[in-house]
Design a protein around this ligand. Structure first.
Ligand code: HDD
Length: 677
């Protein structure tokens, strides 16, 4: 463990709960030493098992009850510990200590997730990703429960069960798993047009991220900042990955579901184990209260975003993920997030989606974690002390001493005592509210298409093509022709050409009306405009005995110094012998390695006798080329590119000058993909 982690107060707290059984003797849960763990107690060696075998019963009973319900959404997740450091004092806008005191490093726990799939589904399904962060602040836990898409399907949380029912597997046959390519989802889409904007994002590359480390996060709902003088501001939260936001291709995502369904888990786990700590900057868009109505949409409408060109994102600080969990269940599965976990200086708005969330998260933990004491589970405990008159309930661990468990009292001097706001007690923002009791939506929520069109307008050529491909795949899987037609007609309101192309691909009539006059775009929405970096990119090094030792070694050393992560692939795992006594260790063979697992390929040498290996390499290169990845080759490796006619294509590097080669390769990898190929 590094010093950095030892400094972390949350880690110190967790340490008191950690148990390492290694080297210990075995006991029952009552501490009784066990003499036999493989044979149950029977009457005679072939006789009946005896009821009195308490060890057998305890072991089986515990096992029988190992599972808890998975999350109703976001069931599949993966988490890590880290810390948040503040770059600048934000006290102009908020009094929250984590955003005003630059000397504090706040421990965090972040859980990334898919939304739709069950716990055991694959990582690379087309889906939004959850990005939930628990800040263990000295003022209490603050949870920023975000997604990697800045908008949502619906405007009012009362519709949440409907949208979730619609995108989950169909209830009669539980098909399809972790996929929205089915009739129910698209029937919902067509009949609830407010989701048009979100669906554009779901059909885009954002829904198939390359890595949890390479996606943005968005608080989605508009929250409120309140400063020490009581002045309030609307605020939207943004996480910006230092490596930029990048995606898989759809073909890669599909193949990875078989080749490595844990692709994103492995990627995050391995990066942290290597010391390539993922970094995300936290930013905010701030809107003064007086400017609430200056937008062409409603700030309380979660199907809308504020274009960054109109309200720039102010970067407040950075989160670094530095430690993997010790135990998946204890930490990742039992962590309980809640958007209502806030600290003084952060408050809510009347966004009806947010208001529904404020109810739903606690409610779901009651069934998922079996009662009201889930805040006592180590991963959920605040690092600051907590005192109140709440008592009892399943699995209560705190032993509250003393007789008083009510307020107001005289027997304990009326303690625990509420704290006045000026001394740190939370006070809700005193918003003026008036209106009649009504079930209706404000007219300012009814423009469902302008921002969907803005998103479409903001996409680059390849990104648009991917959206069309995604619609054609998903709607093509819909069996009911009327549902297919309804969707084409709906998305004609976003862009006519988009809808016409989809209609052709899925065999329904082109739309007879529609089209958009919106010309606005927001360049910040295109992933092609994000930071590019070669750091932490995985490079497949294909090599056989007899390679040019010094050359390959110098190339690999240079790449490692630039943060690339080479992985050696050969006919067999184990030592590969080069000239001048250079040896490499092949950790992969062509059965374990697949081009979709890598960002780039360096072709050093094929085999002189293993033709099956060579055939697999040809396929490997072919696929990497098709997925627009950087391909490099030196020496004998160059011939492989000749065969496939890749030479001189964009992103194919074969420079004879080796420092040039190594450097040009890094620059090419940093471009992520070569769409102009
Ligand atoms: Fe939610 C989980 C994010 C709307 C109800 N949500 C959950 C998680 C994330 C989000 C990241 C997983 C937390 C974890 O890792 O444990 N949810 C969002 C975002 C939303 C959103 C960004 C749009 C602004 N959610 C939303 C609504 C409702 C819920 C409108 C209900 C009215 N969400 C839940 C839930 C979950 C949940 C059912 C399931 C498991 C859990 O809470 O702990 O309560």
């Amino acid at each position: 463990m590094t010093d950095k982690q030892k400094d972390n107060e949350k880690d110190e707290q967790l340490e008191s709960f950690r148990v390492n059984d290694k080297g210990k003797y075995m006991t029952t849960n009552q501490g009784l030493k066990v003499s036999e763990d493989e044979l149950s107690l029977t009457a005679g060696v072939r006789g009946p098992t005896l009821m009195e075998d308490f060890h057998f019963r305890e072991k089986l009973t515990h096992f029988d009850n190992e599972r808890i319900p998975e999350r109703v959404v976001h069931a599949r997740g993966f988490a890590a510990h880290g810390e948040f450091e503040l770059y600048q004092d934000m006290s102009r806008y908020t009094k929250a200590k984590i955003f005003t005191d630059t000397s504090i490093k706040t421990p965090v726990f972040v859980r990334f997730s898919t939304v739709n799939g069950a716990r055991g589904s694959g990582d690379t399904a087309r889906d939004a990703r959850g990005f939930a962060t628990k800040f263990y602040t000295e003022q209490g836990n603050y949870d920023l429960v975000a997604n990697n898409i800045p908008v949502f399907f619906i405007q009012d949380g009362i519709k949440f069960p409907d949208v979730v029912h619609a995108f989950k597997p169909e209830p009669h046959n539980d098909i399809p798993q972790a996929s929205t390519a089915h009739d129910n989802f698209w029937d919902f889409v067509a009949n609830n047009p407010e989701n048009a904007h979100m669906v554009m994002w779901i059909m885009s590359d954002r829904a198939i991220p390359r890595s949890f480390r390479m996606m943005e996060g968005f608080g989605v709902n508009t929250f409120r900042f309140v400063n020490a003088t009581g002045e309030a501001f609307f605020v939207k939260f943004h996480w910006k990955p230092k490596l930029g936001a990048h995606s898989l291709t759809w073909e890669e995502a599909q193949k990875l579901m078989g080749v490595d369904p844990d692709f994103h888990r492995n990627d995050l786990w391995n990066a942290i184990e290597r010391g390539d700590y993922p970094e995300f900057e936290l930013g905010v868009q701030i809107v003064n209260e007086k400017d609430e109505f200056t937008f062409d949409f409603d700030l309380l409408d979660a199907t809308k975003l504020i274009p960054e060109e109109e309200v720039p994102v102010i970067i407040m600080g950075k989160m670094t993920l530095t430690k993997n969990v010790d135990n998946f269940f204890a930490e990742t599965e039992q962590v309980a997030f809640h958007p209502g976990n806030v600290v003084p200086g952060i408050d809510f708005t009347n966004d009806p989606l947010l208001q529904a969330r404020l109810f739903s998260y606690i409610d779901t933990q009651l069934i998922r974690l079996g009662g009201p004491n889930f805040h006592e589970i180590p991963i959920n405990r605040p690092i600051c002390p907590f005192y109140n008159n709440q008592r009892e309930g399943y699995h209560r661990m705190t032993i509250n001493v003393g007789r008083v468990n009510y307020h107001r009292n005289s027997l304990a001097g009326n303690t625990p005592a509420p704290v006045p706001p000026e001394e740190g007690g939370y006070k809700h923002y005193e918003e003026k509210v008036e209106g009649r009791t009504i079930r209706a939506r404000s007219k300012s929520f009814t423009d469902f298409f302008s921002q969907a069109t803005m998103f479409w307008n903001s996409m680059s050529g390849p990104e648009r093509k991917h959206i069309i491909d995604a619609f054609s795949f998903e709607l093509g899987k819909v069996k009911n022709k009327s549902v297919r037609q309804q969707n084409v007609d709906l998305f004609a309101n976003v862009d006519l050409e988009l809808a016409e192309t989809i209609a052709r691909n899925i065999g329904v009539s082109p739309p007879t009306s529609g089209g958009s006059t919106v010309t606005k775009s927001s360049p910040a929405l295109s992933q092609l405009n994000m930071p590019m970096s070669a750091k932490t990119r995985k490079v497949a090094i294909i090599v056989s005995d007899g390679f040019n030792g010094p050359l390959v070694k110098s190339v690999l050393d240079y790449w490692k110094s630039k943060g690339l992560v080479p992985e050696i692939i050969s006919e067999d795992q184990g030592k590969v012998q080069g000239t001048k006594n250079v040896q490499l260790e092949a950790t992969q063979n062509v059965y374990t390695a697949d081009s979709v697992l890598y960002d780039a390929v360096y072709m050093v040498r094929g085999s002189s006798d293993d033709m099956a290996f060579n055939q697999k390499i040809a396929n490997f290169l072919d696929e990497a080329f098709r997925h627009k990845k950087t391909i490099g080759a030196t020496g004998q490796g160059v011939q492989w590119l000749n065969v496939n006619n890749f030479i001189n294509k964009p992103g194919v590097i074969t420079d004879e000058n080796i420092p040039n080669f190594a450097n040009r390769f890094v620059e090419a990898v940093a471009q992520h993909r070569h769409w102009d190929r």
